[in-house]
Ligand binder design. Sequence first.
Ligand code: NAD
Length: 454
Amino acid sequence: MNYQNIRQAQKRFYHSGATRSIAFRKEQLKFLKNLIQSNEELFYDAIYKDFRKSRFETYTNELSIIYAEIDYYLKNLKRIAKPKRVRTNLTNIPGQSYIYHDPLGTVLIISAWNYPYQLTLTPLVSAIAGGNTAIIKPSELPMHTMYLMEKLINTNFPKEYLHVVTGAIPETTALLALAYDKIFFTGSPKVGKIVYEAAAKQLCPVTLELGGKSPAILTPSANLKVAIKRLVWGKFLNAGQTCIAPDYLYVHESIKTNVLQIIKEILEKIPYNDGADHYVSIIDQHNYNRLEKMMNADKVYYKNGEHNPEKLHFAPTIMSDVTWDDTVMQDEIFGPLLPVLTYNDFRQVLETINDKEKPLSAYLFSNDAKEKDTFLNILTFGGGCINDTIMHVASEYLPFGGVGNSGTGNYHGEAGFRCFTHQKSVLKKANWGEPNLKYPPYTENKLKWIKKVL
Ligand code: NAD
């Protein structure tokens, strides 16, 4: 079956009204949850083959997030999907005003490789909750996970409702040539622009979940031990292959030596050695080589073990005395390299960051109320944490997304429902009380009255 036929079949299915009822959507969500749960072993197995992700991490940063999202909708969908009655303005009285949450129709979901289940299935859950049909294109890099999702979804859901397309650039390009009612894309800003351009040709709305360099700033007022433990965890989770990983660290000059020492001590206690079940490999040779090129050996302060190119094992590496001229600061790192920069003027740091592309995330470690305020008021970023890293993504109550170069739109929980629905405004008028004022002829006297009323 070619893509155009699938798209057409989904369009017909959507217009049949089959996906609209809340009961149908909840039934599909329950079915999907059950499908994943009853095949959990296959999920663990496939991702381990792709980049040696452990069962613990697969559960905590992939499957549990999908389950939480499904549970959120099972509990809240009826409430958030209910038409909302709003006030009716004077001009429209007598009447009633409503906002209906209409499904968008057929959506295309394209996802990235680094959290292959979560980034593919979480938007899918929202698309289902919104009452849509979906064509899903997972990343081709973790191929075992891609084929697993293809097999499970395509054999358990009718293609006119949900369908996974496997493939790389040619397949995605062919998919992007068709018209959809929404494209949800997770990936790099570079490919985001290709997707945006293709969508523009069809005037198709998009949500773009992109990346960039997300800063972490550590000030002298922070609780250093707690801060650095959380920073190190967030940086080396998934071997740094996390869109919201702290990309680089800014520390105040006065605490630099101490901070570097604590980072080293923490890393020494958790050896991220080759084969450790809490440390994944780099996804492929291309990304491994990219990281090697970013690493300036002269600036390496500490390495937690040895790199092993054959096994795609890239040991957590700390670089110090880094400046914006270094190669490592030119692009998103997306790997286990932590460059440490120093500052003297807190506000100046925020202005320097504001001069760059808007980051997906930002993290501040501080116990000073004024610093926290300045951070929130001066810096533009998609989302983030104060005194933690990453964890804001794990809440279905916080909309997740970037801003500017790091993305447009957001999802998770109610935001995900909004992302895949249209707010349809409807005025229901009464058949009485029709003022003659709005009808021609438009006399000066009518204008006088209109001015009084409006
Ligand atoms: P990518 O942009 O290379 O690929 C993403 C998807 O686009 C894949 O499915 C791929 O097949 C497809 N694709 C690649 N090149 C294409 C082209 N020329 N034309 C059409 N389709 C194409 O991104 P990636 O390497 O998979 O992921 C890494 C990037 O994604 C990083 O920048 C990271 O920050 C970002 N990311 C963002 C989020 C988020 O939620 N904001 C999450 C994960 C990753």
